[in-house]
Design a protein around this ligand. Structure first.
Ligand code: DGJ
Length: 549
């Protein structure tokens, strides 16, 4: 028991201090570095978003939303991601109606849930369906994008100054209002637009876009390229270097006119637009802001996927144009999410997953453990959270229940090389890598298997399994998750053995470890490994190791 207490002290001293500071006032939520991680600080202490995103229309009607809360709460989420629609906020130009936003805040507060708002403005999934009617119907003031043949698309061009001005004005009005009505900090972050990207062609070919293409490349992009030469993504670097790394010139002179160069051009102007909103919003109320992105399928050309969004191959462009955008966030709908998520965690970009595929998938819980444990994610949030109608049979609530218990330990460990996350890798085509995963933590080698230790394992079983390990002291670890077996060994080889001094199951209740059974026999294969059963949902074990020679 004493040892368990020491483990918490070792890990959580910082959290206790921060909690005390938070009690003094409601600081505005902000991002803050901790080692190699960036964390979301809420009420003065790190916060883990265990979230769920509503379907697109669920927050557009308050009585409709009200009925969903019991179901939403049953998932164990602490944060709801909910759209705010420009068309509802400003039905008449210049007259802002905050009824729905205020109702959303009220409902969230009475359900003890925080919010992340999604601003559905000029673009939602490439299209422009959420703009008010007075924007939709005025194609002269609010010009449309055009395809190569010059045909208008029902998509606003990012080159329309009046469009940017109007969208900014509405977004700023929302942020101004929020500052006034949300001293409780119910809202933690705001997403600017939704899955920006050009379809069905690589770029807008409207007269305004063509005129911009003929102008010089803006200086901030050129300066960024020069300053980040060593780390530029090959997609952008190869275009730039192929033309002699020019520090001035038109888009064609600097980057060429290939489809890739056109995507970079389009990305710059989308990012400038989104940054314009973020800047205007932050000038009113400085909450963290992010954009989200639809990923591209292998082998597809820009325009076959939503071109020019904040995809990893265009991060340089989005970072250069978007200093007011704090996070380029990933929407993961492909099986190979590990491949993608790793690219979104960078020193200049914390990992946040506003849409972690659709809620209700059997792998959701394990995915959350991996993203949070291995990649220090700020948070995890499947889309269409209303899909979870039976919390008892869905795996996400069980995963969230354990992650909630562990949140103080997780948040204390993030970015400090004290935590690892585990999940079987899956290819884009859905082929599961059934091999062990090897990792290092706290002076030990960890070999993690997702297979049943006896008998065979179905592919579907591999998908649902995953976990994390947190170092809580010298030779002490928390192992949590589902269906994983962990063998600890010494990095120097077999002449130094590693034994299990004690393994115990348990739970954290109000931050205190409540110990369950001691696991010396079959459960640890008589001391050979730590095993989190697949059949019991997500569980926690405390483990203390020793070495022998
Ligand atoms: C991604 C979008 O961002 C969401 O708003 C929603 O349209 C989903 N796709 C639907 O799968």
């Amino acid at each position: 028991m004493m040892l368990m207490k020491r483990a918490m002290d070792w890990c959580c001293g910082l959290t206790v201090l921060l909690a005390a500071a938070g009690a003094a006032g409601e600081a505005i939520p902000a991002l803050q570095k901790q080692g190699t991680a960036q964390q979301l600080i809420v009420d003065g202490k790190p916060y883990l978003v265990l979230g769920g995103e509503l379907k697109n229309s669920s927050a557009s009607n308050l009585p409709y939303l009200e009925k969903l809360w019991p179901q939403l709460k049953s998932t164990g989420l602490n944060t709801l991601l909910a759209p705010v629609e420009w068309d509802q906020l400003e039905q008449t130009e210049g007259k802002f109606d905050f009824t729905i936003l205020d109702g959303l805040l009220r409902q969230a507060r009475s359900n003890d849930t925080r919010l992340v708002l999604l601003w559905f403005g000029a673009w939602k999934n490439s299209m422009s369906t959420y703009v008010p009617a007075w924007v939709k119907k005025d194609h002269v003031r609010f010009p449309r994008a055009r395809n190569r043949a010059g045909e208008p698309q029902d998509i606003l061009t990012p080159f329309g100054q009046a469009t940017l001005d109007a969208d900014r004005k509405a977004f700023a009005a929302m942020m101004r209002h929020l500052k006034q009505v949300d001293p409780q900090r119910t809202v933690l972050m705001v997403q600017v637009e939704n899955e920006i990207g050009m379809l069905p062609e690589v770029r807008d070919s409207s007269p305004l876009a063509n005129a911009a293409l003929a102008r010089p490349v803006p200086t901030p992009l050129l300066s960024y390229l020069a300053a980040h030469r060593a780390t530029l993504h090959p997609y952008v670097r190869s275009l730039w270097e192929a033309r002699g790394s020019r520090t001035a010139g038109s888009w064609t002179e600097v980057l060429g006119d290939s489809i890739e160069a056109q995507e970079v051009f389009q990305a710059w102007y989308y990012a400038v637009f989104a940054n314009g909103l973020a800047e205007a919003g932050k000038a009113e109320y400085e909450l963290p802001m992010f954009v989200n992105v639809a990923l591209n399928r292998p082998g597809r050309k820009p325009g076959e996927y939503p071109s020019a969004g904040p995809l990893p191959h265009l991060f340089d462009v989005w970072k250069a144009a978007g200093p007011a955008i704090d996070i380029l966030a990933i929407d993961t709908y492909f099986p190979n999410f590990i491949h993608w998520a790793k690219q979104f965690k960078r020193p200049d970009n914390p990992l946040f997953i506003p849409e972690a595929n659709r809620a209700g998938l059997p792998e959701a819980g394990a995915n959350a453990f991996y993203m949070i444990g291995e990649l220090d994610a700020i948070g995890f949030s499947p889309f269409a959270i209303e899909n979870i109608t039976d919390a008892k049979t869905d795996n996400l609530p069980a995963a969230y229940a354990v992650l909630r218990q562990l949140a103080p330990l997780i948040l204390a460990a993030q970015g400090r090389n004290r935590m690892r996350g585990f999940k079987a890798d899956v290819s884009y085509d859905g082929v599961v890598n059934t091999g062990n995963v090897r990792s290092h933590l706290g002076g030990y080698v960890l070999d993690v298997s997702f297979a049943n230790q006896w008998g065979t394992t179905e592919t579907a079983e591999f998908q649902e399994r995953g976990g994390l390990v947190i170092q809580t002291g010298n030779d002490e670890f928390i192992v949590a998750g589902k269906g994983i077996t962990v063998v600890f060994s010494d990095p120097s080889g077999s002449m130094t053995g590693v034994g299990i001094e004690q393994a115990a199951e348990g739970t954290f209740v109000d931050g205190r470890w409540r110990e369950g059974r001691w696991l010396n026999g079959d459960e640890t294969h008589q001391g050979r490994h730590i095993r989190l059963p697949a059949g019991d949902g997500f569980t926690i074990q405390k483990v203390r190791l020793y070495r022998y020679r």
